[in-house]
Structures are given as C-alpha cells and as structure tokens.
Design a protein around this ligand. Structure first.
Ligand code: BGP
Length: 476
C-alpha cells in the first residue's frame, strides 16, 4: 500500500532506546553483584570482550539519563542483572542491587521517561549454574520466580512495562554461541527441554507480574529476522515456512496461544525428541496471557529449498567485521539460508532492509493482534571520533531514518505499535564484538584493548534522532 502522506505516529507513542545490564553496566564486582555466566564467556570466548567495565553505566547512570532527557526520550528499555538482586543460592535480596535500580528508575521517572524492564537478558548468575544446574534443571524455575517477584514488588510501583526473557528463540537456535548449551550431552534434543523450562520461567513471570504489579503489562522479546523465500518456486516457499517455524513461529505461537503448535509437536515426534512436559506445565502456560509483543529486529533472511542429500552447514557469524565472513547454514531436508541480492549489508554482513521492519510488524499483527513495541533495531559500525571531535555517523542516521519510516508505514497499514527503542543509547558491548561494533547514539570513549576516560560524546545521530522524536516522527 502506498500513502499520500508521510506516516503519522500516535500521540502517546514512546520513543527511546535500549540496553542490557551485562553489556552496559560494568561494575561486575561492585554493589554486591556476583558473577554471571556471561562474564566468564566474555573473558574466555573470543571475540566476546571483557564486560568488567563496559560503558560503566553503573557509575554514569545519572549523566546517561540526563542525556536521554536532553534527547527527548519518553522510554528507556534496560535489563536487570539477576545476580545484582539475588547474588547467592540462599535467595537473600541484595539491598545495594535494589538501590541501584531504584536510583536508575527514579532518575528516569523524574525525567518523564518510562522505564521498560527486561528481567533476563543472557546473564544467568554463576550460582544458578553451579548450585542448581542451570537451564537443564527445573530448579531454576522457582529461583527465577523468586527473583522476578522481588523485582515486581520492589519496582512495580514505577515500572508498568516488563519483559520476561530476551530472545529465547535465539538462545535456543544459537545455544552454543550464547553458552546456553552448557552441560548438554545432545544439544539437538536437550535444547527442547531447556526451551520448555524457559517457557515455564516466562509463564511464571507473566502470572506474577499480573498478580503483583497494579496495571502491569508484560510480554516476551523474540529476536526476529523476517524470512523471504528466494524465489516463487513452491519449494522455496515451503523452505521459508520451515525456517520461520524453527526460528520464530514456534516461540511466538506458544507465547500468544499458550500451547505448542502442531508443527513442533510433529517435529518432536519425527525426531524422537521428548521436551519433558510434565503434568501441570501446560495448565500453567495456559494462564500466562501476555499483553504485548516486543520485537528485536535488525535484518532479514532469505530461505531456499535444501534437498535431504545436501551437507549440513552450521551458521557462522561474521566475527571480525570484515565483509564476507558470514556463513549461511544448510539444514538438509528442511531449509537453507542464502544472501539477498536486493539489499545492502553492513560490515558484519547483516542485511540492511528497512522494509523487513514493516513486513515483521504486519506479520506479527496479522497472526496475534497484540500491541507491539520495537525493543531493538540498530546499526553496528566501526565508529571513530573525527578530527573535529565529532562522530559523523551518517550511515546510522540513514539506517534509523529508513527503519523508523517503515515502522510508520506499518502503523499506517493498521498495526498497533506503541514504542520504538533502538539499540542502543550509549555505545555498549556488542554480544560478539565488544566495542569494535558500536551501536550508540552516544559515543563512549573506550576500546576493547584499553580503558580510556569513558567520556560520553553525542554522535550526529543523537541530534538527528532528537529532532525526529521531538516532532513525534515528523521531522525525518
Ligand atoms: C541482540 C541482543 C543484544 C545485542 C544485539 C546486537 O540479539 O539482544 O544483546 O547484542 O543483538 O547484536 P551484536 O551485539 O552481536 O551485534
């Protein structure tokens, strides 16, 4: 559909940005926080980089919130570090952890910025892994329930919007990369057990939020990579549907319909997989009615037919930011992914595809009819400070302009979208590439090799975004 005007955003639309505790906070051994599994990964697993200091938001939160207010934010999506709140197996609440998030939330509220809180963003406490057995053991369900209830009780008077787990689908699809496969002997089978345990954690969080937070709303945060068939060859369309099911739809159907869909039940049967669903589990999941979908979307994918006699090829992310390093996977008899000749890519071979944003919003709205917010979307780049002392991130401005325009087009198409929170406000650690891959509207003066003065410098994109959001999405 073409329209005669530029898109119009609703009056109460929330504009902000996004972050995650382990990627932005630093201060990993301060304020009573105990280590998280991701801290260990970040030290050992290249190209993950050390998160001991990151953007040092823990010590700069006031300055960071002041910059958000200057930019004109009405929302900020961040995550809480589980091991800051519950540092040990005894379940005792860490007052210093509560204080830090209270301070941050109060600062946001004082500046009319809605806090949007994610309860779990990849940072499982080491004690959960060592004492309880991590994601493989159902003991995590009660431990997570205890932690989320503490968060709802402590912060629910000021936080209306909550998220359960960040990118559960990506954690299962790329378990080895994110360390979720720890302790597994047969990942292809075990991952569905872990996924079921994650679903129970999600369900309990949804139920507890509605019980403890007056007017509280909660949703999941799938990582979304819209998938196009490579051609109109019917086999390619089926391959695209397979890819959609096995990377996104299985999860989204569960969240929205609160039962496993027919596709995955048949898949488990055919592959002799037992996800260990116990009596009472599905009744619990059935009670967990989500209020909205949050969506992380950076790029798109293309799928094509993959004959059963093809060789299996594992997806390999581009880990050094030199174009051409990304390896598309092949799943014989199911689907394979391939490049898209119609779109540009960034230095990490991620497709730059604004229309995928509109496509995703239309797709999710058509399937689930729930309000949606964008919780991640952004342009990772090798930014640097120019001789004039500024950061001229023209490519990021172009990326954000085109993406936001398409969010607007989806709204024009009739989708209910309530917020746009791109990744990220300040530079922070990329999951795979540390500070070498920067996303922020605000530059942080530090590198992976050497900790510098951590000065905050507004990039050109900060000024552009500020003008756009102060005009409620009119001043492109
Ligand atoms: C999402 C994660 C974020 C963030 C982002 C960008 O999947 O939720 O934590 O890291 O991806 O990815 P990367 O940092 O690898 O470029």
């Amino acid at each position: 559909m073409y329209y005669k005007t530029n898109p119009v955003f609703p009056d109460n639309f929330m504009w902000g940005a996004s972050s995650a505790a382990w990627q932005v906070e630093g201060a990993v051994s301060e304020g009573g926080r105990t280590p998280a599994i991701i801290d260990l990964n970040s030290k050992k697993k290249k190209p993950f980089t050390d998160n001991t200091i990151a953007a040092d938001h823990y010590h700069h939160y006031k300055e960071d919130v002041a910059l958000m207010a200057e930019c004109g934010f009405s929302s900020y999506r961040f995550s809480i570090s589980w091991s800051r709140i519950i540092p040990n197996e005894d379940g005792k609440v860490n007052a210093e952890g509560i204080l830090f998030y209270n301070n941050l939330i109060n600062e946001l509220v004082a500046n009319n910025i809605n806090p949007i809180v994610t309860l779990y963003h990849y940072d499982m406490p080491v004690w959960v892994d060592e004492k309880l057995g991590g994601w493989l053991n159902r003991d995590i369900i009660d431990a997570f329930d205890h932690y989320t209830r503490v968060c709802f009780s402590e912060f629910g008077d000021r936080v209306q919007y909550w998220h359960s787990l960040n990118e559960q689908n990506m954690q299962i699809c790329y378990g080895e990369w994110l360390g979720v496969d720890k302790g597994c002997t047969d990942w292809e089978k075990d991952k569905w057990k872990i996924n079921h345990i994650m679903n129970l954690c999600h369900a309990k969080a949804v139920i507890a939020c509605h019980e403890l937070v007056k007017g509280g709303k909660i949703g999941p945060v799938p990582g979304y990579v819209p998938i196009y068939p490579e051609s109109c060859k019917p086999e390619d369309q089926i391959a695209a549907m397979n890819a959609e099911e096995l990377t996104e739809k299985v999860w989204n159907d569960l969240y929205a319909h609160r039962e496993y869909n027919g596709f995955i039940k048949k898949f488990w049967k055919d592959h002799n997989i037992d996800p260990d669903i116990r009596p009472g589990d599905m009744e619990l999941i059935k009670q967990a009615k989500i209020d909205f979908f949050s969506l992380n979307c950076y790029r798109s994918n293309v799928a094509k037919d993959c004959k059963p006699n093809e060789n299996f090829t594992e997806l390999q992310l581009n880990k050094d930011g030199v174009k051409g390093g990304f390896i598309y996977p092949k799943y014989p008899g199911i689907y394979q992914l391939t490049s898209n000749p119609y779109v540009e890519t960034n230095d990490w071979d991620w497709e730059i595809d604004p229309i995928a944003m509109r496509y995703m919003l239309r797709y999710v709205w058509d399937h689930y009819q729930l309000p949606m917010m964008i919780t991640e979307n952004g342009f990772g780049a090798h930014d640097s400070v120019a001789e004039d002392g500024h950061i001229h991130d023209e490519e990021r401005i172009n990326f954000l302009r085109d993406q936001i325009y398409q969010v607007g087009m989806a709204i024009m198409d009739g989708c209910e979208v309530i917020a746009y929170n791109p990744w990220s406000f300040t530079d922070l650690l990329s999951t795979g590439n540390g500070m070498a891959k920067r996303y922020g509207l605000v530059y942080i003066n530090t590198t992976d090799e050497e900790v510098l003065d951590l000065k905050r410098i507004k990039k050109d994109s900060f000024d552009w975004y500020s003008k756009l959001i102060k005009s409620n999405g009119q001043n492109f």
